[in-house]
Design a protein around this ligand. Sequence first.
Ligand code: ADP
Length: 525
Amino acid sequence: MSAKKANLSGELKKYFGFSTFKGQQEQIIENLLDGKDIFVLMPTGGGKSLCYQLPALISEGTAIVVSPLIALMKNQVDAVNGLSSDDGVAHVLNSSLNKTQTKQVFDDIKSGKTKLLYVAPESLIKDDYLDFLKEVKISFFAIDEAHCISEWGHDFRPEYRNLKQIIDKIANVPVIALTATATPKVQDDIQKTLGMTNALVFKESFNRPNLYYEVCPKINVDKEIVKFINQHKGKSGIVYCLSRRKVEEFAQLLQVNGINALPYHAGLDQKIRVANQDKFLMEEVDVIVATIAFGMGIDKPDVRFVIHYDFPKSLESYYQETGRAGRDGGEGHCLAFYDPKDIEKLEKFLAQKPVSEREIGLQLLNEVVGYAETSMSRRQYILYYFGESFDPVNGDGARMCDNSSNPPKLKDATADLKKVIDLIKDTGEKFKAKDLISVIAGKETAVTKSYKLEQSPHFGFGKEEKDNYWKTILRQATVQNFLQKDIETYGVLKIAEKGKKVLSGKSKEVFLIAEDREFDLTQAK
Ligand code: ADP
């Protein structure tokens, strides 16, 4: 193994034709070959697949790659097979194979020829597969799209939940988990569920400095989008809408306005859908109007704008969807239209879901509203969501958002911050923002009553200000690391180190806030 490790660059060149590793790929591979458990958090396009493909190709035995989508697996297998002069170094194992094909896969694994075996988690639990895999040499496990383990991720799959038990049954070998979803909550869930809290974590920045983020009130939205696209004539762009009906209507509206646009959603006939996608990729059409069904695996480098006609359900999806802009490093304008009424609709939709899904959905929506209404750097806000700090003045891409290029007036709110931290301390660090605001504003609720918060000396101390002001304070104090959200309970606000210094009077830091935007659309023209 060590000889191979010493010549990793040579192996990279031999199999992939690349001269250098990207980001932290080399350290990741070295540590995996050393037998360590690894957790990789890298944005899409970061080069995750190579982190397990290369070590699999040069290790003894077969690496088992768990992946959620059969369609994507097939592409990966073809790609890996194209890398090596030997045929059959990668295989898919699933129920689509007939008996002869399955036997061929088993034979190739036994003979040591198969280096990567792609399986969906639901296949892995089948007894005959399990019995077979227990008997052969496994080099390591790679869990791709590891966020599917977490209900807080954007693609929860219950079959991922039991992976740890299945892996333990098969072999005691290293595990590498990979994902492009990096919220601290999802990360925590993955590590706990896979029993890899001691894994080495490799995290790359999620910052996309060339993307410009902008939020506009949803007023005259059709006209505004037509105007925007006309200002970007001939450029490629995506407009996301929530419903299939809206997608069709709006694509038509764009066409009527002389814009070269086509619709895309899962309800369209397969042939039309594929044709529309291909036309976009081949530049025969400028704009695709789509539901979120569009984009998985789309790699068009020169998408110049991503517009959200309707606001997304989570910041995570927003990041993924806007991430399709500016892949080539050039301009990428991400414009979202916001109307609190749309959020109410999404909330109503969640009301019909089971309790846990509803709770999570509401928390995620809360973050989206925070993003929409914030006056601080949108990049800082998004990166905070991914557990990353960002300097809104000197960071890479610092001026690339509406709030930063046209900064709002700042106000010193240090005194109010101290009052809020005092309240959190005295109430035992166990309440979410919503409940804290009820106490600050002196509003009785079921929660305030059950904890007798009305008797607290803090009750109602901030009733002169609007609730929104206190929401802003709590949100910005969190993003600026005076407070932190508890990972276990999500939402519950605790006092962070910086906040403790404010309490003890040791902090010299001034807490500046930009008052959040008020989205009163009653003025709509
Ligand atoms: P991810 O899975 O993180 O989205 P991929 O594994 O699909 O990313 O890789 C994204 C692109 O980067 C692919 O086109 C891949 O060939 C390329 N790539 C990966 N590693 C390297 C490297 N070391 N040098 C050059 N290109 C690389």
